[in-house]
Design a protein around this ligand. Structure first.
Ligand SMILES: *Cc1c(COP(=O)(O)O)cnc(C)c1O
Length: 445
């Protein structure tokens, strides 16, 4: 009698009928997920579902469905995020989103590729030649190109290879962000800094007076995230280059943001072509700011100097992999990358999108209005430049749940409202934005 009662309780109480891990993993859909994501991630989802059954939150028959629903999209914990901050190049959100062409190139290059093999001859070929030649086509003033891990790596390589004493203006000793200070990086390589001028003023003779037998290079750094105004003076590249000609001291310019050519909206942002045409021997920039590509440090300019950098032992520690080379080439050769589309987006078009998104949300009973807003380049570029934009304004309580949504949406709080700025999103993402906001509102009601 007692035994029967226990047996009955065991079979009727769902908490006692927790499916075994092996049984769940043997389900064909779960087994396919193991193939895609690896055993550990799937097992963790199984354990979470089993725990819910034990607590009585989940019927045992629903375990497989719950496991499949609880799995991440990929085996990486990095999730795609909708950037509605209005900051186009957002360092905390991975800077430039890659173009579809760059993503396709990354996927194609991810396997075994001819990154350093000439398939015609069967011999070793120059590494990443396609990316280098794309850069040289885009910036005809450059004789040669080199790609390293990021712009900081390019600076470290220059400081190490040319080292000795680097002449640099005091007003260009820049902190980029998160405590990263360019002078600290330069000094960490063993190079010495010869600081010239004052915070607000530096003249051509300040530079030329500082040259000596120990000078390795004159370095100019674009103060990309601040502006000095008032009683100021600096020596620009066109002024410095002729003064250094014949001294044998290279003029190296870190332009930061990586515009290939001048951009009409950003007259104060230096570009690679003009800086070289003005006489710089080498220019350095990031790949994932206004260039709109993968994280990379790009070095362009004199063939002899690029060769010195390529031959330096440190280069080997800083060089990039095949997927970066693929993404970079596709960014430079391919269709206009997202960051540039966002920068060039027409304000009327943004307003129309904000109106449409707000209307779609209102139709679902959500209080939303299209408002004018201000976007920024970000990533330490064009610090004072405000881009006219449009946003959807929501109740401030949306900000946090949107960040935890699927997909997560990062907007910005502006006083008593959450603004979702449309300039930092591509039009193709508007529908996903509507879905994410609707989902948060649905959970509330
Ligand atoms: C952003 C920036 C850097 C650092 O570039 P990373 O690619 O992030 O290493 C260096 N110099 C300037 C002027 C910058 O704006």
């Amino acid at each position: 009698m007692t035994t029967d009662a226990t047996t009955t309780a065991a079979t009727t109480d769902p908490r006692r009928r927790v499916p075994r891990t092996d049984t769940v993993l043997a389900d064909p859909a779960v087994a396919a997920a193991v193939q895609r994501l690896g055993r550990e991630l799937v097992k963790r989802a199984v354990q979470v579902a089993q725990q819910r059954v034990r607590k009585g939150d989940l019927p045992p028959d629903d375990v497989v469905a719950a496991v499949l629903a609880g799995l991440p999209g990929t085996a990486s914990s990095l999730s795609p995020v909708l950037n509605a901050t209005g900051v186009l190049v957002h360092t905390n959100l991975g800077r430039a989103p890659l173009s579809g062409a760059a993503v396709a190139a990354v996927v194609a290059a991810s396997g075994t590729t001819d990154v350093e093999l000439d398939l015609g001859t069967g011999r070793r070929g120059p590494r990443g030649e396609g990316a280098l030649s794309a850069l040289l086509t885009a910036v005809p003033a450059a004789e040669a190109a080199l790609v390293v891990n990021n712009c900081a790596a390019a600076l470290a390589l220059v400081a190490t290879a040319f080292g000795g004493e680097l002449v640099i203006a005091r007003g260009e000793l820049v902190e980029i962000g998160d405590g990263f200070r360019i002078p600290d990086l330069l000094v960490s390589t063993g190079a010495r800094l010869r600081e010239v001028g004052t915070t607000n003023r530096v003249s051509l003779t300040d530079y030329t007076d500082a040259l000596g037998p120990g000078t390795g290079a004159v370095l100019k750094v674009h103060p990309s995230n601040f502006v000095v105004r008032g009683f100021t003076r600096s020596a620009d590249v066109a002024e410095l280059a002729p003064a250094l000609a014949g001294t044998g001291v290279p003029l190296v310019v870190d332009v930061g943001s990586g515009l290939l050519r001048p951009h009409p909206l950003l007259p104060d942002e230096p570009d690679l072509q003009t800086t070289l045409a003005d006489g710089a021997d080498l220019v350095l920039c990031s790949g994932d700011k206004l260039l709109g590509g993968p994280q990379a440090g790009i070095v362009l300019g004199s063939a002899a100097l690029v060769q010195r950098l390529r031959r330096h032992p440190l280069y080997r520690a800083l060089r990039v992999d095949k997927t970066t080379l693929a993404a970079l080439e596709a960014t430079v050769r391919g269709p206009v990358p997202p960051v540039r589309q966002m920068l060039d987006a027409d304000p009327a078009g943004l307003q129309a999108r904000a109106t449409a998104v707000a209307a779609a949300l209102q139709a679902r009973g959500i209080e939303a209005v299209a408002v004018a807003s201000t976007a920024r380049v970000g990533g330490g570029g064009a610090p004072e430049f405000e881009l006219p934009s449009s946003a959807v304004a929501l109740d401030p309580r949306f900000a946090e749940p949107l960040r935890h949504g699927d997909p997560p949406v990062v907007g910005h709080l502006d006083g008593d409202r959450t603004l979702l700025d449309l300039r930092s999103l591509l039009p193709a993402d508007d529908e996903r934005l509507i879905t994410a906001v609707t989902e948060v509102a649905r959970r509330w009601s």
